[in-house]
Ligand binder design. Structure first.
Ligand code: IVH
Length: 666
């Protein structure tokens, strides 16, 4: 065997590198299982070489997420990690050890879902939220209150609370939000986030809190650290009940079992149920329920002896990579996508996987015709972990991304300061097509009868190069298109005519300004009365809008600074498109022109229902509170928006007062 000193030093360095990538950069390059294997290998080597000094070893600590830009706080009760297992035998052994330790007792085990999020500790003093702190190194973490306190459903205040309470849980991101953010990044040619956990971890550590507020995070709480006075709980099961009665979002299901075998059955049940949970669940945590027994069992240097985590295996399979196809975003970004021989994974059929960019393909040396290992762990977008090189065809050649783009007749260039390729020319027909499709789509101008097949023909025949050209189409031109008759031509012309009256935000979104999505477009409309006002806004004015960060402000400013875009807007105006906010001119309805912000959950209406009622009465909704907000509708567990409304002296309504305002319509 190699020199154990060297082996240990090498493994430690390797693990420390992965700790850094996971905890500090939120960009892990290996999955949990591979990481756990490295740690197990190191632990075995250390055990075989007890003379080795391992006080500082990563096997004895919990990683560290702290960053310099944040203020550090010491947890009153440290946040420890858990021992992991991937198999039933080790779980049963864990139970047997405890049974041996407590031979006289019936041991109750609690089985909880293990949430794949980012650990957080919330401090409440006399029932008032004080701060949110990341796990850090377990003893001390970063103050992330700025990015956490606005999370929907997190109570600002709790009733009949102890003087000091540290509530522990996980911050996570819903799959749909993860996909929304990645779709924007894909369109911009920026590298995609691998999974919701990394994105949640990156988001809580953003210094640009406007950007952090743009991304929706969620939270679930399952434990308590410090509690003073300490008389509050004697069992873990009680904590769940108590957290729920305080109004915290809690675990959807827990199991109380009286043997480790029953705990195992519950884990199997959890595995079948977890797909339906709102939060991503990557395993189970089994805990002794009774705190007296927990205290007696005690801790190792990094983990309790009274709990263990069981991790479900990520689902993987081998399949054939048939080809690498290219997706082109509305701003011309070219993203490679793997087209796979369909394979069943984690209950779904996977036939595509993201390849991120040229560098990723090169790093993993992925080639069409390769057999690849694909992973989809329910919550993770399908990923290619690597190539099964033993199954590679003999005549296989490395994949040349630039050449592939050329062969497909796409005229793209690689960003000088990034890994993305982009179609630079605005005259490129594919780019024109994408821009028109985006403009016509339901979330933008909602132009019926203008699907991708029609757009393709319009562009290839030179009838429409940009969005203003659409409004100059004649019936004769349309009748010339394939599958067009009098009726369909008439329908499209009418749909185009109708689109002239869309809301201002729909137009702003439809312009395809890099980084500006649907919500940002709405936020912009809530702050600028017309496209002209938006076009002439300075970067500072744009950045002052809640929800608009510096990158977006720069992008908007640059877009309107481009002469071609100014000409485009003049043409839209001459065709009679609505370029002003209806909220300023609307005189119909009880709430005409009023801007509302919804926060917290209302007793009977969902947010969507409340927005619809407001809009039907001529009002508008915005996602953030500013001086221009007229009313804030606050429900249960409303957070920072409520505080801001108070600060700005904005009228706060509840559901009842909103309803009476609505019915005051004459
Ligand atoms: S209890 C001292 N319960 O997993 C024990 N942890 O791998 C504290 N986690 O640090 C942890 N779901 O960040 C506990 N139901 C759950 C959990 C959970 C997720 C996280 C937590 C912990 C890590 C350990």
């Amino acid at each position: 065997m190699a020199d154990p000193d060297k082996e240990i030093a090498k493994l430690r360095a390797e693990i420390e590198k992965h700790d850094r990538l996971y905890y500090k950069d939120a960009q892990p390059t290996i999955d949990d299982q591979a990481y756990d294997r490295l740690k197990a290998e190191l632990a075995a080597l250390e055990a075989a070489n007890p003379s080795f000094d391992f006080a500082e070893s990563p096997t004895k600590s919990v990683g560290d997420d702290r960053l310099e830009a944040f203020e550090s706080y010491r947890h009153r009760v440290p946040m420890l990690s858990l021992d992991n297992t991937y198999n039933r035998e080790e779980l049963i052994e864990f139970g047997k050890r405890l049974e041996k330790r407590f031979p006289e007792q019936t041991l109750n085990y609690l089985v909880e879902p293990k949430i794949d999020g980012v650990a957080v500790s919330l401090t409440y003093e006399n029932g008032q939220f004080i701060r949110a702190v990341s796990r850090g190194n377990g003893a001390e973490g970063d103050d992330i209150s700025q990015n956490v306190r606005h999370i929907a459903g997190l109570p600002e205040q709790i009733e009949t609370a102890p003087e000091i309470l540290e509530v522990r849980g996980e911050i996570y991101m819903l799959h749909e939000e993860f996909e929304r953010i990645n779709a924007v990044r894909e369109a911009e040619g920026q590298p995609l986030y691998a999974n919701p956990r990394n994105l949640a971890a990156g988001t809580i550590k953003l210094l640009d809190s406007a950007e952090a507020h743009n991304r929706k995070l969620d939270i679930v709480l399952y434990g308590v650290g410090a509690c003073e006075p300490a008389r509050y709980f004697s069992h873990q099961a009680e904590i769940h009940k108590r957290l729920k009665s305080w109004g915290f979002p809690v675990l959807e299901k827990i199991w109380i079992t009286d043997s480790i075998e029953c705990a195992w059955s519950s884990i199997e049940e959890l595995d079948t149920l977890r797909q339906k949970f709102t939060y991503p669940t990557d395993g189970a945590v089994v805990k002794l329920d009774d705190f007296r027994l927990q205290d007696e069992a005690g801790f190792t240097s990094k983990a309790p002896r009274w709990a263990i985590s069981f991790k479900f295996e990520a689902e993987r399979a081998e399949t054939l990579l048939k080809e690498i196809s290219l997706q082109i975003g509305r701003t011309g970004a070219v993203t490679p996508v793997a087209i796979l021989e369909p394979v069943q994974l984690a209950g779904t059929t996977v036939s595509r996987a993201t390849l991120h960019n040229e560098d990723e393909i090169r790093r993993k040396d992925i080639r069409p015709g390769d057999t690849v290992l694909v992973q989809k762990a329910g919550e993770i977008i399908p990923q290619i972990l690597g190539v099964v090189t033993s199954k590679r065809p003999a005549d296989s050649q490395p994949f040349n991304f630039g050449q592939h783009i050329k062969d497909l007749g796409i005229e793209a260039e690689r960003d000088p300061d990034g890994a993305a390729w982009r179609i630079v020319s605005k005259d490129d027909p594919i780019r024109q097509q994408r821009a028109l499709q985006h403009f016509a789509s339901r979330v933008c101008m909602d132009i019926e009868n203008l699907g991708s097949a029609v757009v393709e023909q319009l562009v290839s025949r030179g009838l429409a190069k940009n969005i203003a050209d659409l409004y100059e189409l004649t019936k004769e031109q349309l009748l010339d298109l394939e599958k067009f008759a009098d009726k369909s031509a008439q329908n499209l012309l009418e749909a185009l005519q109708a689109s002239k009256q869309r809301e201002l935000w729909q137009l702003i979104h439809g312009l395809g300004i890099p980084h500006v999505g649907k919500q940002s477009a709405k936020d912009l409309e809530a702050n600028f009365e017309s496209l002209e006002q938006l076009a002439t806004a300075t970067e500072e004015q744009l950045e002052a809008v809640d929800g608009i960060g510096s990158i977006m402000a720069q992008s908007i400013h640059a877009w309107f600074g481009d002469e071609t875009n100014r000409v485009l807007i003049d043409r839209l105006q001459s065709h009679g498109l609505n370029l002003t906010s209806k909220r300023s001119s609307s005189t119909d309805g009880a709430l005409a022109g009023k801007i509302f912000v919804l926060t917290g959950s209302l007793p009977t209406l969902t947010r969507g229902e409340a927005s619809k009622l407001i809009e039907a009465a001529g009002g508008r909704t915005s996602s953030s509170v500013s001086k221009k907000t007229d009313y804030v509708i606050a429900g249960e567990a409303s957070g920072s928006k409520y505080d801001k409304a108070i600060k700005l002296g904005i009228t706060i309504l509840n559901e009842d007062t909103l309803k009476s305002l609505l019915s005051s319509e004459s």
